[in-house]
Design a protein around this ligand. Structure first.
Ligand SMILES: [Fe+2]
Length: 243
């Protein structure tokens, strides 16, 4: 019966959420003021790093810690940070997809991408001897991989329930994939170029380190998605970031 299978699915999503929440409380608590060695900020870190850090200031707790670094490193004034946050808040992010299943798939790819952005930026921070930023980014990256795990498990539940339909949605999501920051952050053209130039993220990185591994974890592949119907044009040329 359709009703009961929906209820079952809802219950399993709920269990997934409770498990996620409990683990977040037990294992991933960290404090912006206490857990970062703020005295080890490097005020000589490059401006490119600062621009990228600023570009990633979109998620609540994460934006707090990143803004703290921008101010403590002397890269931005408090006023500049506030003005920037203001412009981001003014832009409303429209959900890119309309159904819960499509949004869950989208978020899976987005969370893993976000985590990888932070990891790659962390590598830069280490290279430039900024222990404060590197520590902040490792907390933030760890949170992101937990978010990712949660959504990925959700997609698995959807696949168990309706594999074909879920794959159709996956194809749709991947055809027009863009990170929320691309629409939320002002002046994305310049920022995107810096992010690519510093090898923090690019379409190539997306295909290799995000799309391929996720599809394989979910037990599918680009070929299978492609075979569902017409070609996936946007997946064969570098689309989103380079735009
Ligand atoms: Fe996240």
């Amino acid at each position: 019966m359709k009703g009961s299978s929906n209820t079952q699915l809802e219950n399993r999503f709920y269990e997934l959420y409770i498990d996620f929440f409990n683990r977040a409380e037990a294992e991933r608590r960290w404090n912006v003021q206490k857990d970062i060695p703020w005295d080890q900020c490097n005020s000589k870190a490059s401006d490119a790093i600062a621009l990228i850090v600023e570009s990633f200031c979109a998620e609540s707790k994460h934006s707090l810690v990143l803004e703290e670094w921008l101010v403590r490193s002397g890269k931005r004034s408090i006023q500049e940070v506030r003005d920037f946050a203001g412009t981001v808040l003014e832009r409303e992010w429209e959900l890119p997809f309309s159904t819960p299943r499509q949004m869950m798939i989208y978020t899976t790819f987005q969370e893993l991408s976000t985590g990888l952005n932070y990891k790659n930026l962390r590598r830069k921070a280490m290279e430039q001897g900024d222990k404060a930023l590197a520590t902040a980014l490792s907390f933030v990256a760890r949170d992101e991989s937990a978010h990712y795990q949660f959504f990925q498990d959700g997609v698995k539940l959807y696949m168990q329930e309706d594999r074909d339909g879920t794959l159709e949605d996956m194809k749709k999501v991947l055809e027009g994939f863009r990170m929320p920051a691309q629409d939320l952050i002002p002046n994305w053209e310049v920022r995107g170029k810096t992010i690519i130039g510093e090898k923090v993220f690019s379409d190539r990185i997306f295909y290799k380190d995000i799309m391929r591994p996720i599809l394989s974890i979910l037990g599918t592949s680009r070929d299978e998605l492609q075979a569902l119907g017409e070609k996936l044009p946007e997946l064969t040329v570098p689309p989103s970031l380079a735009r």
